[in-house]
Design a protein around this ligand. Structure first.
Ligand SMILES: Nc1ncnc2c1ncn2[C@@H]1O[C@H](COP(=O)(O)OP(=O)(O)OP(=O)(O)O)[C@@H](O)[C@H]1O
Length: 451
């Protein structure tokens, strides 16, 4: 038995050294320490080969000459810290004079091959310090979120980034977001992860699901208001605008500005109100947004204008009142009529799942991160759930949400049903719980008689 264990350890370690395919379990057992050894042993020569070294400084040359010692070699960035993680390694490098973060970013692919890692990415932490993240295997193939994450009051972990770090949806940093993707690209699973992440928090969930409620109604126990058709959605959005105005009145009443109130204590949004007075924040999830913007008659056109105006007002003014928009759809461009591009401009967070054409990717990233457009159209069809996420800083990353089934999301919502707040303004839209009446089966045409 002992010999068998020794042989197993040797074979697995050899697999790592010989660069065979390394799955996640391999990485967790041996990979991290072997990779750390490999990086430390080869660091100087790899950096030199990748063009990440600088010639020795003048004073070092002078000291060598004065002391009659050999000429010092080129110098690589200093390793400030090396840390093994669940998915790979994180290196913190101190740049030498003359180097910049772009040099390291441009060499990531060379570093990946040289250190035999699956992926290497870099980002500047502060002037002169760059963080290089290395992953040992494809972390997006089968997403496993870490057991502990850095969640916050309005910050939920929703996906894993390709560099192994957790992708958060932080409503206070990025209040409104747009999620696009072709059919079967993984939008609903992403939205389900969001709902499951928000369910345990002190937040009201409001849903508009124009697929007749099939995605959001099973999660109804955790929702304070739901609408499953454009008529109900128009009324619900008007009620939300009225709620927003009430919250603003409350903030005004609490400001009580006098000469002796320090600037920092003047409330300008719900988060600066005392906790006992603070209205509960509201996250509005809209699935298949294009359905709200389509119309076939004059009446429907009026309803459409009402919906888009209310959404634009919530996007413009909602943040301070604690109302956050999460809009999902297949396309969201100017062909949906007036007001759409104005509304889109307010949606800071952008996520694009697989899209069928460049113009759909442009709707998500054309105005903020043009190089993310190419990445979005390259997502393969056999990887549903993989998405590109970007923000107004121009940065973007490849992410994938863990596969959460509808059953798991329903269980999470039911477990936290007692947290569902009652919002008087939205009371008429509170979902009625119970088993819905069976729907009539679609009529089947009789088979024509044949001779
Ligand atoms: N993160 C993921 N990991 C693994 N599989 C996924 C992931 N996301 C989605 N899928 C799979 O992809 C398929 C489509 O997902 P989903 O229903 O979320 O797509 P969609 O974009 O909402 O499609 P539609 O617009 O037609 O409703 C599902 O079978 C789902 O199991």
């Amino acid at each position: 038995m002992t010999w068998f264990m020794v042989a197993l350890v040797v074979v697995v370690a050899a697999a790592g050294l010989l660069r065979w395919r390394r799955p996640a379990w391999y990485w967790l057992t041996f990979g991290a320490s072997l990779a750390m050894l490999r990086v430390l042993v080869r660091y100087g020569s790899v950096m030199d080969a990748c063009g990440l070294t600088v010639p020795p400084s003048r004073w070092r040359l002078a000291v060598a000459r004065a002391t009659n010692r050999p000429v010092p070699g080129p110098r690589a960035p200093r390793i400030l810290r090396i840390r093994p993680t669940r998915t790979g390694l994180v290196l913190r490098l101190g740049l030498r004079p003359g180097q910049d973060a772009f040099d390291v970013a441009a060499s990531c692919d060379r570093l990946r091959h040289s250190f035999a890692m699956y992926g290497v990415t870099s980002r500047e932490l502060r002037s002169g310090v760059v963080e290089v993240r290395m992953t040992g295997y494809d972390v997006l193939k089968r997403v496993q979120m870490p057991a502990s994450t850095d969640a916050g009051p309005m910050r939920v972990p929703v996906a894993l980034r390709e560099d192994g770090s957790v992708h958060y949806r932080d409503y206070r940093a990025v209040p409104h977001a747009l999620t696009l993707g072709a059919t079967e690209s993984g939008k609903s699973v992403y939205q389900r992860n969001l709902v499951a992440g928000l369910a345990p928090l002190d937040v009201a969930l409001v849903g508009i699901d124009c697929k007749q409620g099939v995605e959001l109604f099973p999660l109804a126990r955790r929702f304070s208001a739901l609408a499953d058709n454009p008529d109900a959605a128009a009324d619900l959005l008007d009620a939300l605008v009225a709620h927003m105005e009430d919250v603003y009145q409350l903030i005004r009443a609490e400001q009580r500005i006098t000469a002796d109130v320090p600037d920092a204590e003047i409330a300008a949004d719900i988060w600066s109100l005392p906790a006992k007075l603070r209205p509960v924040p509201v996250v509005v999830l809209v699935d298949e947004v294009a359905e709200l913007a389509l119309y076939a008659s004059k009446e429907e056109e009026k309803r459409r204008d009402r919906i888009i105006t209310a959404l634009a007002r919530l996007a413009q003014l909602g943040r301070a009142a604690g109302i956050y928009l999460e809009i999902c759809g297949q396309r969201f461009g100017s062909e949906l009529g007036k007001g759409i591009t104005m509304l889109r401009a307010q949606l800071t967070g952008r996520t694009a799942h697989r899209v069928n054409d460049e113009s759909s990717a442009n709707m998500a990233f054309g105005d903020i991160a043009p190089d993310a457009v190419l990445a979005a159209i390259q997502i393969p069809t056999d990887m549903p759930g993989v998405a590109i996420t970007g923000d107004s800083t121009g940065g973007w990353a490849r992410i994938r949400a863990p596969h959460t089934s509808l059953r798991q999301a329903v269980n999470t919502c039911n477990r936290h049903a007692n947290r569902t707040p009652d919002l008087p303004a939205l009371a008429p839209f509170r979902p009625v719980l119970g088993i819905p009446a069976p729907a009539d089966a679609p009529a089947v045409e009789s088979i024509p008689a044949t001779a």
